[in-house]
Design a protein around this ligand. Structure first.
Ligand code: PGA
Length: 250
């Protein structure tokens, strides 16, 4: 049975004081056990603080991006081994904000996914269509192209220790959550694609939904057959909102 993963992507938010109170609140408020894993994705400067606060806890953490090069003259960049040095388990690859604001191509995303796997990190590959693409009936083609770029590079076995997050761009930060039916349809499409390559990996693969998940819509989303949790932005910045999502898991 796939465990639910509720992952909080803090994006470029936070202060040391906020990190302390948020993580202490999560530690105090999240009951261990059940079929749910929690993870947080702070900005790079707060990874050390996150590690110090969470290392004896069941809450995992990861980074929002990485540079695929191992080390060297790359001013301003952070490598996979640096993330491991701070205890990261996960790293996001190809979040739509990286793709649109920072020009990451499908090939760049595949580079990051591959480097994360090689280092022993679990990449969370983010895919999803824009509103225009959905309206043009291109959702499946876009998601397929984004997945294929990584599958061609790393093979289906690259997803043995990885997660996929379906995040329709039009739902991110807008309050316009995809309906459970809309999300399930794309999740099923994704799982079928993996199933045609390796049914065991497809059955184990966690596919998260992201885009305006909150405490009121999480239960309906997570109840769908192929939705294995959420990648949460805005609602991950407040203890009670994030815990409401965690507690929505049946
Ligand atoms: P949101 O962000 O929950 O604020 O829509 C989700 C994400 O970008 O991962």
């Amino acid at each position: 049975m796939r465990r639910i993963l509720v992952a909080g992507n803090w994006k470029m938010h936070g202060t040391q004081a906020m990190v302390k109170s948020l993580l202490e609140g999560l530690l105090a408020g999240s009951q261990p056990g059940g079929n749910v894993d929690l993870a947080v994705f702070p900005p790079f400067p707060y990874l050390a603080q996150t590690q110090a606060l969470l290392q004896q806890s069941p809450i995992a953490w990861g980074a929002q991006n990485l540079n695929p090069v191992a080390q060297g003259a790359h001013t301003g960049e952070v490598s996979a081994s640096m993330l491991l040095d701070f205890g990261c388990r996960y790293v996001l690859a190809g979040h739509s904000e990286r793709r649109t604001l920072y020009g990451e191509s499908d090939a760049d995303v595949a580079d990051r996914f591959e480097a994360a796997l090689a280092a022993g990190l679990e990449p969370i590959l983010c895919v999803g269509e824009t509103l225009e693409e959905r309206e043009n009936d291109e959702t499946e083609a876009v998601v397929d192209r984004q997945l294929t770029a990584v599958l061609d590079r790393c093979g289906v076995s690259g997803f043995q220790k990885a997660v996929v997050a379906y995040e329709p761009v039009w739902a991110i930060g807008t309050g316009m959550t995809a309906s459970p039916e809309q999300a399930q349809a794309v999740h099923a499409f994704i799982r079928n694609k993996f199933d045609s390559l390796d049914d065991i990996i497809a059955g184990q693969l966690r596919i998260l939904y992201g885009g305006s998940v909150n405490g009121s819509n999480a239960a309906d989303l997570f109840a769908r057959e192929d939705i294995d949790g959420g990648l949460v932005g805005g609602a991950s910045l407040k203890v009670e909102d994030f815990l409401a999502i965690r507690n929505a898991v049946a």
